[in-house]
Design a protein around this ligand. Structure first.
Ligand code: TMP
Length: 216
């Protein structure tokens, strides 16, 4: 893919992804490196509306395939409206989650939990179509034991969104799936997300810098 770099952050719920992305973006600002930041599901007006449906605890009866297609629909819009044009302009794009999230949450972890054969393959096909096969140059995977992570994910009132509230077994399957995916994909760098935010940030930076030249 010609043009700018595409860096994504992945990880289970409560692994400190938002904090680490904020610290990484501060680093880019300090270094005077221009970037565009966006998040999934969301990042465009249409995709943010799809996000509301996806995360609404009142949508508990959503069929598995509806969920796959809604994430892919939000992503298709984000790819066309923002990421593809930015990359074609040579810009650095940083995105909170990308196709790996669907492969793991809707694909591998679902197959593991519900014995839904073929789900991962369906997710890959749908998303290849949605994103015209656009892959990140480097992906930072924040890895943390779900027992610790889910405590962090809870809101101040103890609330969890539709996906977060799926229980610890599902989140264990998410973690295992991410680690298995990282074994298959050289672009995915696993970062230990235990410890202070500053310590994890140092690991994130080392992983990004060893994987890509930020300024080409
Ligand atoms: P966030 O907490 O990182 O904002 O992500 C929102 C939730 O959506 C999180 O529980 C992970 C989930 N998710 C999927 O299940 N599949 C996807 O493709 C994406 C992008 C997110």
């Amino acid at each position: 893919m010609p043009g700018g770099k595409f860096i994504t952050f992945e990880g289970g719920d409560g692994t400190g992804k938002s904090t680490q992305i904020a610290l990484f973006l501060e680093y880019l600002q300090r270094e005077g490196i221009e970037y565009i930041f966006t998040r999934e599901p969301g990042g465009t007006a249409i995709s943010e509306r799809i996000r509301q449906i996806l995360l609404d605890p009142a949508c508990g009866e959503m069929a598995d395939m509806t969920e796959v297609l809604l994430y892919a629909a939000a992503r298709a819009q984000l790819a066309r409206e923002l990421i593809l044009p930015a990359r074609n302009d040579g810009k650095l794009v940083v995105c909170d989650r990308w196709v790996d999230s669907s492969i793991v949450y809707q694909g591998m972890a679902k197959e593991m939990m519900d014995l839904l054969a073929g789900q991962e393959e369906a997710v890959r096909v749908v998303n290849g179509f949605a994103t015209v096969g656009m892959e990140p140059d480097v992906t930072i995977l924040l890895d943390l034991d779900p027992a610790e992570a889910l405590g962090r994910a809870q809101g101040p009132d103890g609330s969890l969104d539709r996906i977060e509230s799926r229980g610890e077994d599902y989140h264990r399957a998410v973690r295992e799936s991410y680690l298995a995916l990282a074994e298959q994909e050289a672009r995915i760098r696993v970062v230990d997300a235990a410890g202070s935010a500053e310590a994890v940030h140092a690991r994130v930076l080392a992983a990004v810098l060893s994987a890509t030249e930020l300024v080409s």
